[in-house]
Ligand binder design. Structure first.
Ligand code: BDR
Ligand code: CA
Length: 303
């Protein structure tokens, strides 16, 4: 099984991504690190801890990380994810607390202890990952793959130019894209095509106790119709880690705008560059994605 470390800010689609990782038979989730993003760090960490217990992940390490962006005032997305961060889903309060030690140290030690093995999947603002690169640059060579849900080459979602995870901490994102590794970027261009529609929501309502998480979470996140609904951005990145063949990629040089008047947080993507730093996801097998997701959720629902 592929060892995966997930850095996240749960967050509705983060929660649905954690559930996907938990139900997968192809990846081994070795830890969760949390960052401020959709809601504040205390809530993203609380949600990760509640999910660990609800999903019966035992003593899986959960480490809290950065509580603010590197240099900017923190922004949140409670208007999208609800004040708790999990929409209308209400999980039992967790019994266990977070693991000792900062997320950044856990990221560094996990990668350096298993050189060439760990797939690092970041589905929140990139603050923890940037700090980890600065703390221990050897992780750039030692990681197996750096997967980022964030950015886009066509549009933003927080504003016309910028996607939320990049906009929240553009300086961190600039460090991560410029670190010297090849980033695998799963951006809005593909994730916006994976929308929970009414038929999918109905299937999610037949997943036993798991339904009490995924249905109120997903339906809070956006209006579900016969043809469309909220996009499960972060679950797309985990699905890629499970089944890389679901996506097609084009190499490009991605630079993160940090000083734009209207474009701060934009991932400026040059597909013509002869110095690419990123594999940009440009196609997505969406029916295949739902098969992977519902298969994993089905396994969890039986627990
Ligand atoms: C990203 O922003 C967050 O609100 C989501 O959790 C996802 O990681 C999508 O733009
Ligand atoms: Ca997220």
């Amino acid at each position: 099984m592929k060892p995966v470390l997930l850095d996240c800010d749960p967050g509705i689609d983060d929660a649905l991504a954690i559930a996907l990782a938990a139900g997968s038979t192809d990846i081994d989730l070795v830890g969760i690190t949390t960052v401020a993003g959709n809601v504040g760090l205390s809530l993203t960490t609380l949600n990760a801890l509640a999910l660990r217990e609800f999903l019966q992940l035992g003593d899986l390490p959960v480490h809290a990380g950065a509580d603010r962006a590197l240099v900017r005032d923190q922004i949140h997305a409670a208007h999208v994810h609800g004040t708790s961060g999990l929409g209308d889903a209400v999980l039992p309060a967790p019994v266990l607390g977070a693991s000792d030690g900062h997320a950044v140290d856990f990221i560094v030690s996990t990668i350096l202890d298993r050189p060439g093995e760990i797939t690092l999947v970041a589905v929140g603002p990139l603050t923890n990952i940037a700090l980890a690169v600065r703390r221990e640059p050897r992780i750039v060579q030692a990681v197996k793959e750096m997967v980022v849900m964030g950015g886009s080459y066509t549009r933003g979602n927080s504003n016309p130019a910028a996607e939320f995870n990049i906009l929240t901490d553009p300086e961190a994102a600039a460090i991560v894209f410029g670190a010297g590794w090849t980033v695998t970027q799963i951006g809005l261009d593909v994730t916006l095509t994976a929308q929970v529609n009414a038929g999918l929501l109905e299937k999610m309502g037949a997943l036993g106790r798991l339904s009490s998480l995924v249905v109120p979470a997903a339906s809070f996140y956006g209006q579900v119709t016969a043809d469309g609904g909220p996009a499960l951005h972060d679950a797309c990145a985990v699905a890629y880690a499970i089944s890389p063949e679901l996506m097609g990629f084009t190499d490009a040089r991605v630079e993160v705008e940090t000083v734009g008047r209207f474009t701060t947080g934009m991932t400026v993507t040059d597909f013509r560059s002869d110095a690419p730093n990123t594999r940009v996801a440009t196609s997505f097998d969406v029916p295949g994605f739902w098969e992977v997701l519902l298969g994993a959720y089905g396994r969890l629902g039986e627990r």
